[in-house]
Design a protein around this ligand. Structure first.
Ligand SMILES: [Zn+2]
Length: 414
C-alpha cells in the first residue's frame, strides 16, 4: 500500500469544476417564507436587481424583509448588458451591498448573477416567471442595450439560494410558461446532437435527463396551461425552472447548445426582436435545426420529430414560423443578417455534424412547416418554395450549388 498519494492526485482539479446546482432551493407553495432570516444568512445589505414589471409583484416580498435588512432596489434597465452592469456595480458600491437578489425573468436573473460574480457577493434568485431556467444555472447571457445577443458567460457557481414561489410565478402571463416550455424542450434537441455520443457519465446523465424532460413536457404541458396553479401546472413549472437547470448543471460545458439557440442569437440581431420571448425564438430554432438535419443529412427521423413538434406547438401556442414571431415581413437582407450571425465561426451552430452556410440556414428558416418529403433528395430549393410569404414575394435566396444536385423531379427553383 503506498504511504503517500500518487503525484497525479496532488493536483486536485485535474478536471474543470462543474457548477451543478444552487446551494439551497426553497419551493414555496403557500405564504411568504421568513425572508429576513433566509436572506440574512447571506448578508445584511441586499441589493434587489429586478425588471420594472417584476418590482410591482415583488412589493409584498420587499416589505417582508426591508424592516430588518438595509435593502436597496435597482432595475437592470433594458437588458443584461455591459452598460447595465457598469451602472449596477456602482450601485453595489454606493449601497455597500453584501448580497444580490435577482427578481424577475431571465434577463434580470442573468444580470443579478453576473453582477454578484463581479462584486464577489452571494446571489439569491427569485424567478417571477417560468420562462427560463436562469434562476438555477451558472450562466448569464450578455446582450447589447438594444437586445442583440453578444455572448454567454460561464459563472463559477450556481446561485446560493433559489426561491421558487409558485404564487409569484402564477401571476406571470401564460405566454411566459409557454416560452419556458420551448426553451426547456431545446435541451433534448440540442444536447442529443452536441453530446449524444459522449462516454462521460455525467454528460450521459444530462442527455438522458433532457429526454425525460421533453417527455414530461409533451405529456403535461397542455393540461398545465389549461389549469394554472394546479398540481400539473406546478409540475411543468418545476420542469422549466428546475429540471432544465439540472440538465445544464450536469451537462456543463460538455453539453452545449447547438442550432436552436444559435438561431435565437441570430434573430436577436434584428430590430424587431423584442416582440418575442427568448423561449419562443428558441422553440422556432428547434424546428430550424431539425429542418437543417432533413435538408443536409436527408434525415427522416428529423422530419418526423419536426412534425411531432409542429403538432405540439399548435396545441400549446408556440410559434412555428417567422410570421408567428412577428417577423413575417422580414426583408431578405435582415434574414441574411440573422443567418450570418448564427453562422459566425464561433457559433454553437457548428456543433451540428455537417457544414451549414447562411444560405442553407435561411432556406431552413423559411421552411419550418414544410410537409414531410417522400423523397430524401428534396432539398433547399423546395424548402424556399414552401414558404414564400416568409421570404417576401420578389426576393430569392441564392442556393448553394451542392444542394441543387440530386433533387427529385419536383424541385422548385425560386
Ligand atoms: Zn435558452
Amino acid at each position: 500500500m503506498p504511504t503517500s498519494a500518487p503525484s497525479s492526485m496532488s493536483t486536485p482539479l485535474a478536471m474543470p469544476a462543474q457548477a451543478i446546482a444552487p446551494q439551497q432551493i426553497l419551493r414555496v407553495e403557500q405564504g411568504l417564507p421568513p425572508l429576513d432570516q433566509l436572506i440574512g444568512q447571506y448578508g445584511q445589505r441586499p441589493l434587489v436587481v429586478a425588471g420594472d414589471q417584476s418590482l410591482g409583484v415583488f412589493q409584498p416580498y420587499l416589505q417582508a424583509f426591508s424592516t430588518t435588512l438595509a435593502v436597496a432596489v435597482a432595475t437592470y434597465g433594458q437588458d443584461c448588458s455591459q452598460t447595465s452592469l457598469q451602472r449596477l456595480r456602482q450601485t453595489v458600491a454606493n449601497h455597500e451591498a453584501d448580497v444580490i437578489i435577482g427578481v424577475g425573468g431571465g434577463k434580470a436573473l442573468d444580470a443579478a448573477k453576473l453582477l454578484a460574480n463581479q462584486c464577489h457577493c452571494p446571489v439569491i434568485t427569485i424567478p417571477t416567471s417560468a420562462a427560463t431556467c436562469a434562476a438555477w444555472t451558472a450562466l448569464s447571457n450578455l446582450y447589447t442595450e438594444t437586445g442583440a445577443f453578444q455572448s454567454d458567460v460561464s459563472l463559477p457557481r450556481c446561485p446560493d439560494l433559489l426561491i421558487l414561489d409558485y404564487a409569484l410565478v402564477k401571476k406571470a402571463p401564460a405566454r411566459t410558461l409557454i416560452a419556458g416550455i420551448g426553451d426547456a424542450l431545446a435541451k433534448w434537441y440540442e444536447a442529443s446532437i452536441s453530446s449524444g455520443q459522449s462516454q462521460d457519465t455525467l454528460t450521459i446523465a444530462a442527455v438522458q435527463q433532457a429526454r425525460v424532460l421533453r417527455d414530461i413536457l409533451f405529456q403535461k404541458s397542455a393540461a398545465a396551461l389549461a389549469e394554472p396553479g394546479s398540481e400539473v401546472w406546478q409540475q411543468v413549472v418545476d420542469a422549466t425552472v428546475l429540471m432544465a437547470g439540472v440538465v445544464g448543471g450536469l451537462g456543463g460545458a460538455q453539453c452545449r447548445t447547438v442550432a436552436a439557440h444559435a438561431v435565437h442569437n441570430g434573430l436577436t440581431q434584428l430590430p424587431c426582436t423584442r416582440s418575442s420571448l427568448h423561449g419562443e425564438k428558441v422553440a422556432y430554432g428547434i424546428l430550424v435545426q431539425l429542418r437543417l438535419e432533413e435538408l443536409l443529412q436527408q434525415n427522416h427521423l428529423a422530419a418526423t420529430a419536426r412534425h411531432q413538434l409542429l403538432k405540439f406547438y399548435g396545441d400549446i401556442g408556440l410559434p412555428t414560423t417567422l410570421a408567428d414571431l412577428s417577423m413575417g415581413d422580414l426583408p431578405l437582407s435582415q434574414l441574411q443578417a440573422a443567418a450570418e450571425f448564427a453562422c459566425r465561426p464561433d457559433s454553437d451552430l457548428h456543433y451540428l455534424p455537417f457544414i451549414v452556410t447562411p444560405e442553407t440556414l435561411m432556406a431552413a428558416m423559411v421552411s419550418t412547416t414544410a410537409a414531410i418529403s417522400p423523397c430524401p433528395g428534396v432539398g433547399v430549393a423546395m424548402a424556399v418554395a414552401c414558404c414564400p410569404k416568409d421570404l417576401g414575394r420578389s426576393e430569392t435566396i441564392a442556393l448553394p450549388e451542392n444542394l441543387r444536385t440530386g433533387f427529385c423531379t419536383d424541385e422548385v427553383t425560386p
